[in-house]
Design a protein around this ligand. Structure first.
Ligand SMILES: Cc1cc2nc3c(=O)[nH]c(=O)nc-3n(C[C@H](O)[C@H](O)[C@H](O)COP(=O)(O)OP(=O)(O)OC[C@H]3O[C@@H](n4cnc5c(N)ncnc54)[C@H](O)[C@@H]3O)c2cc1C
Ligand SMILES: NC(=O)c1ccc[n+]([C@@H]2O[C@H](COP(=O)([O-])OP(=O)(O)OC[C@H]3O[C@@H](n4cnc5c(N)ncnc54)[C@H](OP(=O)(O)O)[C@@H]3O)[C@@H](O)[C@H]2O)c1
Length: 266
């Protein structure tokens, strides 16, 4: 008897390093049956380093970066120097195989919110990935008045996708998105360990607490007008969630929409 596999082999089509040895984007082919909602993640599989020609035994979660209707799949990854999986992922070349679980998963999706008002997409590090997928889909541009993307990183060289985000903030949605009417995007890149002209060098939790984030975005951060997503470092998520809950933001419950949705990356 044969059992159907829960994953498919896909081929790496492109690898781009933003910061050598630390941050990369990787594109693959996509099984035609693989359909996902922006904000969901895939389970990526690789054989163990000790058995490179064997079946995939190491599996990790990775948010999709590309929009659901775009061709192929794209992922954005950090390389954790002593990690089991990410150093192997970083060695892949075009033509190599990456295994992808057939079922996309995750609830950091825009159906957690009622449409309307301002959408704050707050991230640290690779937590930006899930938002890039949303921004390459029409839903977000059509259903909110303003979109404010905040990307907290240690150093400015880690502001991956910054040029695209800057362009979308000036010109509107990427050409792959056909939307009307369109929300206005603000992009706030925030390195914490060096300065970027015009930007404070502070953690986004501090910027929420002292009101600077609202000033930078020129937008009030209150649950009557805003919805917030948090994605990335789990300590940031815990601390930012507490600050936002104190302002009245709350996750949806029992099928009702809320004003706060979060995802931890480890
Ligand atoms: C829902 C979900 C979505 C995710 N999406 C992404 C993604 O899009 N891109 C991505 O790079 N990772 C993502 N991750 C993390 C990813 O699954 C792996 O943990 C990561 O690639 C490292 O794998 P590893 O085996 O090398 O190290 P692991 O053994 O998995 O992790 C070792 C340590 O590395 C640190 N670490 C792990 N992931 C990160 C990270 N992303 N940024 C900074 N430090 C980290 C933590 O301290 C962790 O304890 C996601 C995780 C979850 C749960
Ligand atoms: N290959 C390499 O050379 C190299 C070097 C360093 C790290 N690493 C790996 O990369 C990982 C770190 O990745 P990363 O820099 O993307 O993630 P990170 O440590 O989560 O830092 C990303 C951003 O989040 C901020 N942050 C951290 N904790 C926070 C909190 N509690 N509240 C608010 N903001 C917070 C950081 O501010 P702060 O700057 O104030 O912390 C930084 O701006 C490490 O686990 C390590 O494995 C690799």
């Amino acid at each position: 008897m044969t059992t159907e596999s829960v994953y498919t082999p896909q081929t790496v089509t492109r690898v781009h390093f933003w910061v050598p040895g630390k941050l990369l984007s990787l594109s693959t082919t996509r099984d035609p049956a693989y359909q996902f909602t922006a904000g969901q993640f895939a389970r990526l599989g690789l054989p163990a380093a000790t058995d490179p020609d064997g079946p995939p035994t190491l599996w990790r979660a990775y948010s999709m970066v590309n929009g659901p209707r775009q061709e192929g799949l794209e992922f954005y990854s950090i390389v954790v120097p002593d990690g089991q999986f990410s150093p192997l992922l970083a060695k892949l070349q075009p033509g190599d195989t990456l295994y992808i679980d057939k079922t996309p998963v995750g609830f950091l999706t825009l159906d957690r919110f009622a449409p309307g008002g301002n959408l704050w997409l707050l991230s640290t590090g690779t937590g930006l990935s899930a938002y890039l997928s949303m921004l390459q889909d029409s839903h977000v541009w059509e259903n909110f008045d303003r979109i404010i993307v905040v990307h907290g990183v240690r150093h400015r060289e880690e502001l991956a996708y910054g040029e695209s985000l800057q362009a979308w903030s000036l010109q509107g949605p990427p050409s792959s998105v056909h939307s009307s009417p369109s929300a206005r995007l603000s992009y706030l890149p925030i390195p914490t360990r060096e300065t970027l002209p015009g930007m404070p060098s502070a953690r986004l939790t501090q910027l929420i607490e002292d009101g600077q984030l609202e000033q930078l975005a020129d937008c009030p951060l209150d649950p009557a007008q805003s919805k917030v997503m948090l994605c990335g470092n789990p300590e940031m998520v815990t601390q930012a969630r507490a600050l936002l809950q104190a302002r009245g933001f709350a996750a949806g419950r029992r099928g009702n929409t809320g004003t706060l949705a979060v995802e931890n990356y480890w």
